[in-house]
Design a protein around this ligand. Sequence first.
Ligand SMILES: NC(=O)C1=CN([C@@H]2O[C@H](COP(=O)(O)OP(=O)(O)OC[C@H]3O[C@@H](n4cnc5c(N)ncnc54)[C@H](O)[C@@H]3O)[C@@H](O)[C@H]2O)[C@@H](O)CC1
Ligand SMILES: Nc1ncnc2c1ncn2[C@@H]1O[C@H](COP(=O)(O)OP(=O)(O)O)[C@@H](O)[C@H]1O
Ligand SMILES: [K+]
Length: 491
Amino acid sequence: MLSIISGDKVKLLDAAFIKARQMRSLDLMENAAKAFFVWFERMFSAIQGEIFIFSGPGNNGGDGVAIARLLAESGKSVKLIFFQDKEQCSPDYQANFERLPSKVKVLSVLDFDFQITENDFVLDCIFGVGINRPIEGVYLEAVNKLNHISCHKISVDIPSGIPSDNILQGEAFKAEHTLTFQFPKFSLLFPEHAEYTGRIHVVDIGIPDEFILNFNEGKFFLRREDISRFHKKFHAFSHKGDFGRIMLFGGSVGKVGAMVLSSKAALRTGSGLVHVQIAESERAIIQTAVPEVMVAGAQEIKKLKSFDALGIGPGWGTEVDLAFYCSLLKRYHKPLVIDADGLNLLAKKPENLKYVPKGSVLTPHLKEFQRLAGEAKDHKERLEKARSFAREHGVYLVLKGAFTSISTPQGEQFFNSSGNQYMATAGSGDVLTGMITSFLGQGYPPLNAAICGVFHHGLAGEMAALKKRRGVIASDIIECVPGTFVELNIE
Ligand SMILES: NC(=O)C1=CN([C@@H]2O[C@H](COP(=O)(O)OP(=O)(O)OC[C@H]3O[C@@H](n4cnc5c(N)ncnc54)[C@H](O)[C@@H]3O)[C@@H](O)[C@H]2O)[C@@H](O)CC1
Ligand SMILES: Nc1ncnc2c1ncn2[C@@H]1O[C@H](COP(=O)(O)OP(=O)(O)O)[C@@H](O)[C@H]1O
Ligand SMILES: [K+]
């Protein structure tokens, strides 16, 4: 699992690693440049056009100079555009500058005519994590000009102008792709920066995850290779009961679909038995749509404790009898999942939050979270609120969206890397509720249930989008859930 380190600690991390391995910082820069080169060759194998590398005065610029050498040596046509005289640049920049082959054309930004065509590439190596103020002067002018040119645009480590841990002030380079070293810089995960970062790719530059863990600040990035360790193993003699008995509450008149989606998703995630508690008039619909589901009656409600997990809220409506809702929360002492109207009802009467069993998983989207915790001025503040909320109420808070975050009662935050924009479609949140409830019912600890739920949900969305792109609907995500177990090699 990757730790997300703040920008000012990156220097300390690099220095410690270099010391431990008895290498030079120049070698680490070479690793970074090579990692970029390998990625670039894989992504853009047959390029036409020239590569324009804009390199600033620090080590991000130094990366750019080293990249210029590697690309030129592989036969590409490369121009290096600099902002400061070499003497004013970082020592590793200077060392790389000395190694530039003569076929790299080098010119000052002041002499550059910005004649860049559609097939050309611009590599933004102006500033990295060392940026300490908004860009201005020649930097701002160049970035503004580049932002108006249409060509392939790639930022190295972070789009220049964006601070690594804060919201952008002023302007920044707008990339199609950002290739970030070792771990995603925190601010790359903010929706405010989506138009600058483009697609984010993380490449390894040789610092082991365990080494970075020494510098961890409680923020982690979840990748596909991290997920299997959060899963529970089943054996050949496992029976229906081992896969859990869950009950879902939701689905009012006109919103039964939410329950259809949640319950189907739970079954596809592996639940042995799924009961739903739904308005009487709507029962025929769900039994027709999902024959594997059982409709719960008064008997099952009485025996609440016999269920391994509950999921509350999708399509429930806000007319639900609050006394009934509170009695569920009070009578059930194990972690449960709350989503949608289950959350909206709590937001209306926050005093009821005290009845939510400790360790429960709450899954608001941004608007639902705002109702629960109040307005935030930006995503950084919102994430802070999410962290405080999870701590204060002893719950796992899953804040949904791109890079869904999971805040724990201990104050840690996990960021998901799977999923795509095509999942922003009606009902995809209901699918997630069913999946997390299912894992919880299969005996997963709540954090594991949330992590596996969120990752597999996103991966199913990616698989559905392969053939359907913006045509993906929530049911397609469900159909792809079983394939995610195959894809991740989970039994
Ligand atoms: N050994 C290392 O430290 C490694 C660093 N790497 C690269 O180095 C980058 C960090 O390098 P640096 O710490 O040199 O930081 P930058 O390359 O971001 O540059 C910082 C320099 O620019 C100046 N500066 C900051 N904001 C400015 C502004 N708005 N206008 C004008 N000047 C400004 C600073 O005073 C400083 O001199 C990383 O993002 C990564 O790309 C990689 O090569 C991997 C290894
Ligand atoms: N741009 C995106 N990238 C990744 N995942 C997304 C994106 N947009 C939405 N999602 C995911 O889709 C789901 C939408 O949930 P929600 O907003 O509750 O939808 P609904 O209420 O329609 O069910 C969440 O799991 C969210 O993380
Ligand atoms: K950059």
